[in-house]
Design a protein around this ligand. Structure first.
Ligand code: GLY
Length: 570
């Protein structure tokens, strides 16, 4: 996010307008920071009952499926990074998969064109994000179940029950949910979504009225009672398959039965004395983050004025290179023998990449070689630290806000539209955001490339910073800048989150900056260096926890861009 860090020499003064609604907390025993206050409270309750960070994460994630349905979900997928108090780190990949019947050209018409249609809000969108074919095999329930089986300590049922209670008894509809409810009621071509926020009497739930989700409560009860099988087998799976058959989807019983979450070795890098752990492919986030931090390690930060022309130019050039490499190399590593992960995250490669940055002029993004995928900006991240210093960084998504907008009345949850994260037109790369490179073409059972960057930084071998964000491709850059702010510039996590950010993703070849960040003079200077600039109200909704190692106090902060977000500690 967003607020103007005024620079003076190497000292940063962060000026925050009085309207800022950052949620911030200091605590000794545990913190949960999520995009829903209710979900953060549920997580804290689990910690207070003796649960560990993984237990709290499972309960928080299921609650987000009830209270933050734009992105919290059981119909989508995501990634979890877990570092225990000794610094041992692992990850769980529960990214959605392409169904067995999927194929590289499944979204093209007979002439090979990616046509358009109306999306969940009635707006024009390419077909790879629309309808039941855009739904990937969901991974969230399998991922949370695997995390709990391996690293949880409280009974599974106790972690699902809070979400069931909230779905059954309702919770007061927030202003931000009301915005979505009103929008869908007026514009959505999808009946499920139009009715999603309605009461039994057919009226839209109003601000602060209790919004109840009895069908979702029933689905969650199956998951409570049968674990992973409660979703991928039995009555829920049967209804998913029946829904797909009625609505032109291609997910089958076999797809659901074959889905597994995978434990993977994290991507690891270093920045000075810090160790950085993040998500490996099928996310591109970890690799790009480590590459960018390696490049920035070659810079004396004291010599470059924060948010100056030189600083913005350098960051944009660093981002441009990491995103070009992402487009060339990354996809689901289970389907590619060599993704050059070691090379991309090595210090030697960073040196080469750094040495071809011209400090006086923008490079050219070569669209004839590699382009960029489009991915949705509506995802959600939460961070957890428990009293023993175990930490979880979890990002999950339905792809775009409210995913495909489709769901079964009998199940009460929304399916993702994550198939839109694959490269839709083999071989076709454009300057506006479409990519056709091989590593991320659609194949049966492949996971689509993601930008989610759940990250944990260790200091002296122990969790120090837990961070992540939603925001599609901007995730990688907002996490990168927040990590750099904390461990490069020594800015406390709350201010690091609020400090304004930029985004460059190689293609489109533009610097996106948060409105108010760049002075007219800086903008002119950057344009004179051949950069094109575009402003945005806000980038990222970061949720972070930092350990004050000296005083053994955790500091939690939820980005002021998150309308319902909260950092809760005890
Ligand atoms: N769907 C957004 C992402 O995975 O990056």
């Amino acid at each position: 996010m967003k607020h103007l860090p005024l620079f003076s020499g190497i000292f940063l003064l962060i000026s925050l307008p009085s309207t800022v609604a950052i949620s911030q907390t200091y605590a000794r025993n545990g913190i949960v920071v999520s995009s829903s206050k209710i979900a953060s409270e549920v997580g804290i309750d689990i910690l207070q009952k003796g649960g560990n960070a993984v237990d709290a994460s499972v309960a928080t994630a299921f609650t987000l499926a009830v209270t933050h349905p734009a992105a919290g979900n059981i119909g989508g997928g995501g990634f979890l990074v877990f570092m225990n108090s000794l610094g041992i780190t692992t990850t769980i990949d529960f990214r959605e998969k392409a169904p067995l019947k999927a194929s590289p050209k499944m979204f093209l018409d007979e002439g090979g064109t990616l046509t358009k249609g109306k999306n969940l809000s009635g707006k024009e969108s390419t077909v790879n994000h629309i309808g039941a074919k855009s739904i990937g095999v969901p991974g969230t329930v399998a991922g949370l179940y695997l995390a709990h089986q391996k690293y949880g300590s409280l009974p599974w049922a106790d972690l699902v029950q809070p979400a069931i209670d909230i779905a059954e008894n309702g919770f007061p509809l927030t202003w931000s949910l009301l915005q979505a409810a009103t929008r869908f009621d007026a514009n959505s071509p999808i009946p499920f979504l139009r009715d999603y926020f309605k009461k039994d009497n057919g009226q839209l739930t109003q601000f602060e009225e209790l919004w109840k989700q009895p069908e979702l409560a029933k689905t969650l009860s199956e998951i409570r009672d049968h674990g992973q099988d409660g979703f991928y087998k039995g009555v829920v799976a049967a209804e998913i398959v029946s829904f797909m058959e009625k609505n032109g989807g291609i997910i089958t019983k076999e797809d659901l039965q074959r889905y597994t979450a995978v434990e993977r070795k994290p991507i690891k890098g270093t920045y000075k004395d810090y160790e950085i752990y993040s998500m490996p492919p099928p996310s591109s986030g970890g690799v790009a983050l480590i590459e960018m931090m390696n490049l920035m390690e070659l810079v004396d930060l004291d010599s470059i004025e924060f948010n100056s022309t030189a600083y913005v130019h350098l960051l944009a050039e660093v981002m441009r290179r990491a995103f070009a490499d992402r487009a060339e190399h990354l996809g689901d590593a289970d389907f590619s023998k060599d993704m050059s992960l070691e090379k991309l995250t090595s210090k030697v490669f960073a040196r080469k990449r750094f040495d071809n940055i011209d400090r006086s002029i923008a490079s050219i993004s070569d669209s004839t070689k590699f382009g960029q995928i489009y991915d949705g900006a509506n995802t959600t991240h939460f961070s957890v630290m428990d009293k023993n210093g175990n930490a979880v960084s979890l990002t999950f998504t339905l792809e775009q806000g409210y995913g495909s907008g489709m769901g079964s009345d009998k199940l009460g949850f929304i399916f993702n539209n994550e198939m839109g994260d694959f490269n839709p037109v083999p071989g076709a790369t454009t300057t506006t955001g479409q990519i056709g490179t091989n590593p991320n073409l659609i194949q049966p059972e492949k996971r689509m490339l993601s930008s989610m960057t759940p990250t944990i930084v260790a200091k002296n071998g122990k969790p120090y910073l837990v961070i992540g964000s939603p925001g599609g491709r901007t995730i990688i850059n907002t996490v990168f800048q927040t990590v750099l702010n904390v461990i490069g510039y020594d800015i406390q996590v709350d201010k690091a989150i609020e400090a304004m950010k930029i985004h460059h993703s190689w293609l489109p070849d533009k610097i996106v900056y948060e409105k108010g960040l760049l002075s007219p003079d800086t903008r002119k200077a950057l344009e004179a260096m051949n950069h094109s600039l575009v402003s945005k109200n806000s980038l990222g909704e970061l949720m972070g926890i930092q350990m004050d190692t000296k005083n053994k106090i955790m500091i939690g902060a939820s980005d002021s861009s998150s309308p319902d977000g909260a950092a809760i500690g005890y």
